[in-house]
Structures are given as C-alpha cells and as structure tokens.
Design a protein around this ligand. Sequence first.
Ligand SMILES: NC(=O)c1ccc[n+]([C@@H]2O[C@H](COP(=O)([O-])OP(=O)(O)OC[C@H]3O[C@@H](n4cnc5c(N)ncnc54)[C@H](OP(=O)(O)O)[C@@H]3O)[C@@H](O)[C@H]2O)c1
Length: 222
Amino acid sequence: MPTAIVTGASAGLGRALAAALVSREWTVIGDGRDEAALRRASEEIGFTAVPGDVADPAHRAALADAAGAQLDLLVNNASTLGPSPLPPLVSYPLSDLETVYRVNVFAPLALVQLLLPALSGGVLIDVSSDAAVEAYEGWGGYGSAKAALDHLTAVLGVERPDLAVYAVDPGDMRTAMHQAAFPGEDISDRPLPETSVPAFLRLLDERPPSGRYRAADLLVAA
Ligand SMILES: NC(=O)c1ccc[n+]([C@@H]2O[C@H](COP(=O)([O-])OP(=O)(O)OC[C@H]3O[C@@H](n4cnc5c(N)ncnc54)[C@H](OP(=O)(O)O)[C@@H]3O)[C@@H](O)[C@H]2O)c1
C-alpha cells in the first residue's frame, strides 16, 4: 500500500486529494493546525491525522515519524494567503511576509529535506498558483512566495532525477483561502477543489517529466 503525506488535509484541495488517495487504497498522513477540524476530516475520509503547523520543526518531525522509512508521495499543499484583504507591497507588513515565506517556502523545503531518503524514488508535488507567474495587484507577498516555491521545485527536479518533482497550479477553487482573497465577494462560480483532483492523479498515474504543470492543461489533455 503506497504512503502519502498531504499537508493541509483538513479542508479544501488537501482534503479532496486525501480522499481521492484513500479511495485508491493509499495510506495517507494529513495535517492541519485546527486539531478538531483535522480529526473530523480524518475520521470521515480515513487518513492518519497529525495535527500541527508545517512551519513548526517539531510538527514536521512528527509527520516524518508517522511516515516511517518509506514514503511514496509528499504533497506540500498547506499554504497561507497572508493578510486579508491583500495589502499592496509598499505597505505589506514585513512580519506577515516572513510568515508567508515560512509557511509557503521554507516549510515545504524543510519537509523535503527531512523526508529524504524515505521519499527516494517517489513523487513530490508542491502546490503552486497562477499568482506565482502573473503580477496581480495585492498578490505580491503570496505570489512571490509561490514563485520562490516554483523555483525551488524546479531546481529540486534537476538535482534529484530519482524523484518526480512537480509544481502544480490547481486553478481557482471555491475554498476558504479563495474566499479570504476576495472578502465579501460571491465566489460560488469557482469550481470545487474536487474538480482539480484528477489532474493530480494523472501526474501520479503517468509520471511525466519533472516540471511545472497547470491542472487546467492536465484536465483538458485527459
Ligand atoms: N483556492 C484557490 O483558488 C487556489 C488557487 C491557486 C492555488 N491554491 C493553492 O492550493 C493549496 C490549497 O489551498 P486551499 O484553497 O485548498 O486552502 P484552504 O481551503 O484554506 O485549506 C488549507 C488547508 O491547509 C491547512 N493549513 C493552512 N496553514 C497551515 C499550516 N501552517 N500548517 C498546516 N496546515 C495548514 C488548513 O488547515 P488549518 O487552517 O486548520 O491549519 C487547511 O487544511 C494552497 O497551496 C493554495 O496556495 C489555491
């Protein structure tokens, strides 16, 4: 039975991915900071809950302990948007920017460092965003962190040819993070995160070359 760690598995895309993997008989270890919400999701879906914050080294060690010696997939999905409403860069509070980078850039790399060699021969998916490549007003903090994550992912891909290393832009999804990005707006026209999941499964099934992929392209081609 293959084993995956999916960070941020209590809600949104992480929850949907965890559910899809469990239904394919994967053993899934998932995290999230809100322990009650995580335990609810883990009981409903059937994954192992390890509550905590990916930015916390002790929590990352607990994730590694839960995975043990063999890990087939790491999905760095947990992420923070930063302050809502999204502030312009000229007045972006730098302490908030540090938090965004700690969660969205340093924690994913720290997990990779910690989980090798258990992940050797496996798949790494770092969840990216169109904000990593497009210059949207207000998205400079989150977007630049996702751009940094994209580049780390690309370099890991060439440094570790034994791994399949993907940055994936899942597209807009109707989630708590998306609502925080558009406070007070009706986001009911955005697709549910389950819509993006087949793109991720396609990467696992077909294992194309390491690189950056858009879920929309993978879904069209499917
Ligand atoms: N929604 C979109 O339109 C969209 C578009 C492009 C990219 N993305 C990316 O897709 C991924 C999933 O986003 P989403 O929209 O599904 O978000 P979401 O619905 O807000 O869910 C985020 C999940 O991550 C957990 N989480 C957040 N911070 C965490 C931390 N520091 N440590 C551990 N867990 C943490 C949350 O639980 P707790 O809050 O309890 O910790 C929750 O389980 C993210 O990487 C996001 O950047 C989203």
